[in-house]
Ligand binder design. Structure first.
Ligand SMILES: [Fe+2]
Ligand SMILES: [Fe+2]
Length: 527
């Protein structure tokens, strides 16, 4: 029955992969992907192949949660060894590129002393020829600037690395995305297609609009066995929520972590889309609750819990544009989100601080984002101000209160927000946890631990509220929901510093007559 109407089942999850590792900005953007492959993923796989038991034991140890340990049973170690060999053989160009980046940086460290940089160009490794510019800042600190669009056209961006796994939400936590490659499995439909493949759009459209097995099979280029497997992911009826649209006024729904859906009858905005597919849990909004049409998806920054391809890929074809912050153009630590998403077939709007993007009946204004990036020169980060249905929301993501005066400028420019959504992951991971592969000069443990991925603590959040002056404050983006475990790997309990800081901030809000809350699971505001 290949021509009866079918819908994609509610509980289908998608994992976009590159060389079987979960795809995110730093494993997709070519230069950063090469660095991560060479200096993180290959060494990690080598370590696993040497002693799988060490990795398995570490993966089972709650104290080491979020560590770089491959969580794959020893009985499959031969497959991991094969993956390692395949990467070394087929990605030799990328591994050479990574070595060339390290070499170029060493060249600058040794030779860029404030004098003419021209003599250094012939000494650059050939892999970087035509791909980089060398430049000083006004303090004579030299750096390599990558001409990123060219990197996407080079051997460093090969779409054959990309594939997609489809399966049913297991209801248990998936392995940590930064450490554990995804091997094939009996319950997994493997699609060896690039992320921009139009068949994916056809597939995900079938969440809201009927398709047929025949049509999907053709769109996704499936063989017989794959078509049978796809059949298990389909249903003869949609599972959409009746109240996913509204008929009057405005509504904001918290979908978990940093994901908010802001709606009017005529428009819908989603922030940092990361949405559960587990509709049976009953304690959350899921993809079933998403409006059919989304005008704008706002991305606040490039961390793997905010630009989440497993959700974003499902929005292609139903989102007007993805709004992303403009990066520094070419810094190793600051890859362009716009370039990555455009190569995946998304319409993208890139914004600078205080630039506006209108949508029917409202507007979004990009606002500055402070800190939370280990003091690296990363400018691809933005908070947002959203006006709709007569109310305004300040979407603060992980922006910190290291200099609360910034938020006074936001208020001076834009007025007082009704709702402020603030991240308070105030004891984030150290520098090396996320950026190790990009650091070609080792940093000490002490230095790394002094530079954390931290948002606001209680005092800073209170200072933000004082300057910003919003009517209501909601702490979000804490990574606490169970369905985020494979991305967040957080370990909070009631004694955790972060949660105590949240309580302290909520007490401060109560003392100052500000309505406030700590978001968890789901919440709705309606006016
Ligand atoms: Fe972050
Ligand atoms: Fe975050």
């Amino acid at each position: 029955m290949t021509d009866t109407p079918v819908f994609l089942r509610s509980k289908v999850i998608v994992e976009p992969l590159v060389d079987r590792f979960y795809a995110w900005l730093h494993t997709v953007a070519p230069i950063q992907a090469a660095m991560n492959l060479a200096y993180l993923q290959v060494p990690m796989l080598e370590s696993y192949v040497q002693s799988p038991q060490v990795h398995i034991a570490a993966s089972d140890n709650p104290a080491l949660r979020g560590g770089y340990f491959v969580n794959i049973g020893a009985e499959r170690s031969a497959e991991v060894a094969e993956l390692l060999e395949t990467i070394k053989r087929e990605r030799a160009d990328m591994l050479r590129l990574a070595a060339a980046v390290a070499e170029a940086q060493e060249l600058l460290r040794a030779n860029a002393t404030g004098f003419d940089l021209t003599p250094l160009y012939p000494k650059l490794p050939p892999e970087l020829g035509g791909l980089v510019e060398l430049a000083y800042d006004t303090d004579n600190q030299a750096s390599v600037r990558f001409i990123e669009p060219l990197a996407y056209a080079s051997e460093a961006y090969v779409e054959s690395r990309q594939s997609v796994q489809l399966s049913l939400e297991p209801g248990t936590e998936r392995p940590f995305i930064l450490s554990t490659p995804r091997l094939p499995g009996p319950d997994v439909l493997e699609l060896p297609i690039p992320f921009r493949h139009s068949g994916l759009e056809e597939l995900f459209r079938a969440r809201t609009t009927a398709s047929t097995l025949g049509r999907l099979r053709e769109a996704l280029e499936l063989d017989d066995a794959q078509a049978v497997q796809l059949g298990t992911l389909l249903s003869d009826r949609p599972s959409l929520s009746e109240d996913r649209h509204i008929e009057a006024g405005g509504r904001i729904r918290y979908f978990g972590h940093a994901c908010l859906v802001l709606q009017t009858p005529e428009a819908a905005i989603v922030t940092d889309p990361f949405i559960s597919a587990d509709s049976s849990a009953g304690d959350r909004y899921t993809l079933d609750d998403l409006p059919d049409r989304i005008d704008l998806a706002l991305i606040t920054h490039g961390h793997q819990d905010h630009i989440v391809l497993e959700t974003l890929l499902q929005l292609r074809g139903r989102v007007g544009a993805i709004v992303v912050p403009r990066p520094s153009r070419g810094n190793l630590e600051d890859p362009s989100m716009a370039l990555m998403l455009r190569h995946m077939g998304f319409p993208v709007i890139e914004v600078d601080d205080f630039e506006e993007v209108p949508f029917p009946g409202g507007k979004v204004v990009a606002t500055p984002f402070l800190g939370e990036h280990c003091d690296l020169d990363i400018r691809g980060k933005s908070t947002y101000w959203v006006e709709l249905a007569g109310r305004t929301a300040y979407v603060g993501a992980d922006s910190s209160g290291i200099d609360p005066q910034l938020y006074r400028h936001v208020r001076n420019h834009l007025g007082t927000a009704h709702y402020a959504f603030l991240g308070m992951e105030c004891d984030g991971a150290p520098l090396t946890w996320l950026y190790q592969a990009l650091l070609t000069k080792p940093v000490t443990r002490k230095m790394s631990k002094s530079r954390k991925l931290s948002g606001s603590n209680a005092e800073q959040a209170a200072a933000i509220m004082t300057e910003l002056g919003a009517n209501e404050a909601y702490v979000y983006a804490m990574g606490e929901e169970s369905w985020l475990g494979h991305v967040m790997a957080t370990t909070y309990n009631e004694d955790t510093y972060q949660l105590k800081q949240v309580d302290e901030f909520l007490t401060w809000c109560a003392d100052h007559g500000i309505k406030a809350g700590h978001l968890f699971g789901q919440q709705e505001w309606r006016w």
